[in-house]
Design a protein around this ligand. Structure first.
Ligand code: FAD
Length: 342
């Protein structure tokens, strides 16, 4: 730890927490939080930190200065206070009532990238996936190209076992380092993590701080060309410029699309959504994209309740049409708006 000035919780400007704030008590929570060098904000709105631009506030948002700061904070955090790690919110609907407890968002102290021998990269959990892919390309490390088009950060990629075009985080993770709820650092070999389709079995409140990724030797120009091809494929088939979280529901086949011609994984969520007549279906400002029907989009003015409600309506219609229960891929966390909860 250094002796930089510490920040106690900052009170939020009046009216900052728009919805659900009566269910959260930022001032009372803040009084119980350990002092830290990083930033702690009470009742901090989270919508601007999420791709869908919806959701209520965090009762407290902690942005640690560095790993020591995070470790000290976690070690002193009372055990009854809920802890939620956030990435860059590209796979999250935070409900309108907000998040109780402490949300942790990693920033500058966690976005390093270092080229290691044997075609490996050490990456901080806050580093964007695209940055990791670009650093790998520059260093002539092949195998990480798929990360170029996934808009999250590395912590979220590991947690979600993010993947596309036939490759997954699980294929390239050599080790993951996380801080447990008690602040202790744990490093786990990738092979010992139970990775599944869009999942991993790391403890829910573990804060991933770093990963070592392993690729293979490659020609930078060929790696660049592959990444450009992935970007072009995305642009052609997905509403990449809209506010979404990517695929809303898992493919019932249990695989992400490889994007290859003749891909045999034909049981895709979007085909079921189309068959149930849900392409373009709307609720408030939420819409199932006309361009890719498994993308739930905030077309303007949507609430988290609109988005989640529309998703549930799609699930019900698909189940009625073909008997298959779609499973959410987007994580929905937090409290419903107060009026819905009472
Ligand atoms: C346009 C678009 C396209 C997408 N395409 C794909 C795709 O092709 N393949 C794919 O797999 N996903 C895709 N996604 C979804 C999303 O980008 C991935 O799931 C991504 O890995 C989420 O990372 P994040 O940093 O945004 O995490 P968040 O959305 O912030 O969080 C997701 C989960 O990870 C946890 N988490 C985040 N950071 C940490 C951390 N440091 N420690 C512990 N837990 C953490 C959170 O608690 C949460 O449970 C897409 C999203 C968009 C918007």
């Amino acid at each position: 730890m250094t002796d930089q000035p510490s920040h106690a919780a900052e009170p939020s400007p009046p009216g900052e927490a728009k919805r659900g704030d009566a269910m959260l008590d930022g001032a009372a929570l803040s009084a119980r939080l350990p002092v830290a060098r990083g930033r702690i904000a009470a009742m901090r709105p989270l919508a601007d930190l999420c791709w869908l631009r919806v959701g209520g506030p965090a009762e407290a948002l902690f942005q640690p200065a560095d790993r020591d700061d995070l470790a000290g904070f976690l070690a002193a955090l009372p055990a009854d206070i809920p802890l939620t790690p956030l990435g860059v919110g590209s796979n999250l609907i935070i409900r309108d009532g907000g998040l109780s407890g402490v949300a942790v968002r990693l920033g500058r102290g966690f976005n390093g990238v270092e080229v290691l021998p044997d075609h490996r990269l050490r990456v901080g959990a806050a580093l964007l996936d695209s940055r990791a892919a670009m650093a790998a390309a520059e260093a002539g490390i092949a195998g990480l190209e798929f990360l170029r088009t996934i808009p999250g950060a590395l912590g979220g990629a590991v947690r979600m076992n993010a993947g596309c075009y036939g490759a997954y985080a699980a294929d390239v993770v050599e080790t993951v380092t996380y801080l447990g709820r008690d602040g202790r650092s744990v490093t786990v070999p990738g092979g010992e993590i139970g990775f599944g389709y869009r999942s991993s079995d790391l403890p829910e409140d573990a804060v991933i701080v770093e990963a070592v990724l392993r690729g293979r030797p490659g020609d930078p120009a060929e790696i660049e060309a592959k990444m450009a091809d992935y970007i072009a494929r995305r642009e052609a088939s997905q509403p990449t410029r809209d506010r979404s979280c990517g695929s809303t529901f898992r493919n019932p086949s249990g695989y992400s699309s490889t994007g290859e011609a003749g891909d045999p994984m034909d049981l895709k969520a979007w085909t079921l959504i189309d068959a149930a007549g849900c392409r373009g279906l709307r609720r408030g400002g939420a819409v199932m994209s006309e361009k890719h029907s498994n993308f739930l989009v905030n077309a303007g003015g949507a609430t988290a309740a609109d988005l989640e409600g529309l998703g549930e309506e799609v699930r019900a219609r698909v189940r009625a049409a073909c008997g298959i229960a779609l499973e959410w891929e987007i994580r929905r966390i937090g409290l419903p708006p107060r009026e819905a909860a009472s």
